[in-house]
Design a protein around this ligand. Structure first.
Ligand SMILES: [Zn+2]
Length: 293
């Protein structure tokens, strides 16, 4: 693993992974994991493909498996032969943010998208200042992405699109490092018509231009998205791509079919292989394969 003598945020692992990707025109998968199978699958896929990666956990993991599981994930990820950061996705509750800031995470997403825009800015900037002292980088959501996914609180509120004209101001005032824009993307699954129908690529492009290269954009709502559309998003500033069910469905199906056939040890070993294959395909698609070589 490369070492860095840079100061924060340049010495932060998520920051380094995403800025290197941005400079070299590829994207990095941020894989939502719910259990140790997912964690091992990301690490094995990243090492096999010599790709950087980000393991994402939801606050659900803080509650269900507990903070010590997060420490285990960070220890495993950082011991890999390629750069793998650990990120806490969608911190909505204050208490989750507090727990997150007490853990050795590389980065967290503060989701204050349910608040009024000005309150969102004030809240995010307060957390960004505290996170900076701990060496943790911060992703924030500007506007509000609709929908929900497993382990994520469903908002009763309607989506709110990111205004490209105020995106730069949002980033400057909050001091966050990565921005999750709302440009018609939906936390899956997409309604009929799919991402093709709902995404406003012009808006995404304008947001990317407004915030510039200092702020890698993060894509939420990828279930499902066609490969070509991922590439369209990457051409417009998306560097971190959150992947959940797209790389997990084959694993889930395999476990479902083989649950009663194998001993648990064999089932897990085979299932992690299936999971890792799905992740490896995503790494090829995002063009991150070989980039950690
Ligand atoms: Zn999300």
């Amino acid at each position: 693993m490369e070492t860095s003598h840079d100061a924060y945020p340049q010495n932060n692992l998520t920051w380094r992974i995403l800025h290197k990707a941005q400079k070299n025109s590829y994207a990095v998968g941020a894989f939502n994991c719910y259990n140790d199978d997912g964690v091992l699958a990301v690490i094995r896929a990243a090492e096999a493909k010599k790709s950087p990666a980000i393991i994402q956990l939801f606050p659900w993991t803080l509650h269900f498996q507990g903070p010590d599981f997060v420490r285990y994930v960070v220890a495993r990820a950082h011991a890999a032969s390629v750069p793998i950061a650990v990120h806490l996705d969608h911190c909505i509750d204050d208490s989750d943010v507090e727990t997150a800031l007490s853990l050795p995470l590389d980065s967290i997403m503060v989701d204050a998208s349910g608040l009024e825009p000005e309150t969102n800015i004030a809240y995010c900037s307060g957390i960004a200042r505290r996170a900076a002292k701990l060496g943790i980088t911060v992703e924030a959501e500007m506007g509000r992405i609709e929908g929900g996914e497993d382990g994520l609180k469903t908002m009763e509120l309607e989506g709110l699109l990111t205004d490209p004209h105020t995106a730069q101001e949002f980033v400057r005032r909050t001091g966050v490092h990565f921005l999750a824009p709302s440009f018609g993307n939906v936390h899956g699954p997409y309604p009929p018509g799919g991402a093709e129908k709902f995404w406003q690529l012009d808006r995404l492009q304008a947001i990317g231009k407004a915030v510039g290269n200092d702020i890698p954009l993060v894509l939420h709502g990828t279930h499902p998205v066609a490969d070509e559309l991922f590439h369209e998003a990457m051409a417009r500033g998306i560097v971190k791509i959150n992947l959940n069910r797209n790389v997990r469905d084959e694993y889930t199906a395999f476990v479902g079919e083989n649950w009663s056939k194998d001993e648990l040890t064999q089932l897990k070993e085979k299932a992690v292989k299936v999971y890792a294959k799905s992740i490896e395909r995503a790494m090829d698609m995002l063009r991150s394969s070989g980039k950690a070589a």
